[in-house]
Design a protein around this ligand. Structure first.
Ligand SMILES: [Zn+2]
Length: 123
């Protein structure tokens, strides 16, 4: 069964396993279908790139050349390796869902699962 990704682009997350364990960063891309996230400046790999013409350059008018070299790029990491950091209590937490009243009726919101916090994560 596929579980829905609880992280979103822009979330601050803490890495709980792997080489970047303990570090925090912001999600720059969520990949729900792969259950992975790309976190800014984390899980950085060296990418060796040859100079080459960019494939989709035709749209841009003239052809563009991508320069070669070694780049640091953030690689996608499994979403299970990170936890969302609650912006209210500042701790890595699991994410729960609750229904809250709003001007548009009941809305589903993400909440901090810490027992002594429980605050809404999105604001
Ligand atoms: Zn919290």
């Amino acid at each position: 069964m596929a579980t829905k990704l609880k992280m979103r682009k822009g979330d601050l997350v803490q890495v709980i396993s792997g080489k970047d364990r303990g570090k925090q960063g912001r999600i720059i891309e969520a990949l729900p279908r792969e259950n992975r996230v790309i976190v800014e400046n984390l899980n950085v790999v060296k990418k060796h790139q040859r100079p080459r013409a960019m494939r989709d350059s035709s749209r841009m008018g003239q052809q563009q050349i991508q320069p070669g070299g070694v780049f640091d790029v953030s690689a996608p990491m499994p979403a299970s390796n990170v936890m969302v950091v609650c912006p209210v209590c500042n701790r890595a937490t699991r994410v729960g869902y609750e229904f809250r009243d709003s001007k548009d009726g009941q809305v589903k919101v993400r909440v901090c699962k810490r027992a002594d916090c429980g605050e809404v994560l999105d604001r």
